[in-house]
Design a protein around this ligand. Structure first.
Ligand SMILES: Nc1ncnc2c1ncn2[C@@H]1O[C@H](COP(=O)(O)OP(=O)(O)OP(=O)(O)O)[C@@H](O)[C@H]1O
Length: 293
């Protein structure tokens, strides 16, 4: 059976609003897929639906069969904990299904390897609730990996990390994918980090998939303008494309029939109505008279 995540017509609605709009795609395992798009595009909603946390229509499958919840690791956005547990205990909880009344040598060894990989050894005995936001993010990410999920879904799980820890985490995820053949699906705002991390990049806007492919294919100035309404330069570097935002794209304004000085005192609503009705120039006083009659 081919190891792949298949979405077939997945839609999510909140009340009468369609947030994810009939999305179909297949993502082969053994790679990192980044999901980007503007605020409110539906990234978290889509990930929640794939993780089985949100009601949706359409189907989410793994190969020919249903996606088994036990093979999914999900780290939602703003994931944090106030639990009265040490960092080591928090990691061990990640594989609680294997644990009995005693923690086995295997799990302890796995947890200490994970602490080492994430550079968390010095924090192993600290209460997890007392850690900084970034430190907690590292611990909770390590906890998700303890279970060795086939599908790891991360929602902005590197947003609290400094650049060194971001690179450390990307390296850990790369090695994890190479070792286990898993699929990592991560929502991320930092397009340059996404370009560096991901084999495939998906760009979502208003619940629809607007672009997908390698970072070099997807991260073009045209796509950034169309999806984010931002003017940007995209530089080709040895590490892939690098997006340099220039500024917000100016919204298109309908042409005004009025000279500059009349527009300054005019009523915007009135001008637009009139612009639709008349193409020729008409003095503002005449328009106001027409309005009041
Ligand atoms: N529980 C809810 N009830 C109603 N609307 C919701 C709910 N959760 C999300 N939405 C709406 O769904 C839309 C998509 O939200 P979502 O969190 O999926 O976006 P996102 O792409 O992850 O955004 P961001 O980048 O800001 O995290 C938003 O308009 C949001 O207001």
């Amino acid at each position: 059976m081919k190891e792949e995540l298949i979405l077939d017509g997945v839609s999510v609605r909140w009340g009468r609003l369609t947030i994810v709009d009939s999305l179909s795609l297949s993502l082969p395992a053994n790679q990192i897929v980044a999901l980007a798009g503007p605020n409110g595009a539906g990234k978290s909603t889509l990930l929640g639906a794939i993780a089985g946390r949100l009601a949706h229509s359409g189907s989410v499958r793994w190969g020919a069969g249903p996606l088994n919840a036990r093979s999914v690791g999900f780290m939602p956005q703003h994931c944090c904990t106030k639990a009265d547990l040490s960092v080591l205990q928090t990691l061990l909880l990640g594989c609680h299904e294997q644990l009995g009344f005693r923690v086995g040598e295997g799990e302890l060894e796995q947890a200490s390897e994970m602490l080492h990989e994430f550079g968390l050894e010095a924090l192993a005995r600290r209460q997890v609730g007392t850690l900084s936001g970034g430190q907690q993010q590292l611990v909770l990410l390590a906890q998700r990996l303890m279970r060795r999920p086939k599908l790891l879904i991360l929602d902005e799980s590197t947003c609290a990390l400094d650049i060194r820890h971001q690179l450390t985490v990307l390296d850990i995820l790369r090695k994890y994918v190479a070792r286990t053949g898993a699929l990592v699906l991560m929502a991320i705002h930092d397009l340059n980090l996404a370009a560096r991390a991901a084999d495939i990049l998906l760009l979502l806007r208003a619940g629809r998939l607007m672009a997908w492919g390698t970072a070099a294919e997807v991260l073009t100035a045209e796509n950034v303008a169309a999806i984010y309404d931002v003017e940007a330069r995209v530089l080709a570097t040895d590490d892939g494309p690098c997006v340099l935002p220039i500024g917000p794209r100016q919204p298109m304004k309908p042409p005004s029939p009025f000279p500059q000085e009349q527009r300054a005192v005019g009523n915007v609503h009135l001008q637009y109505r009139v612009a639709r009705e008349h193409t020729r120039h008409m003095p503002l006083e005449a328009l106001n008279q027409r309005q009041s009659t």
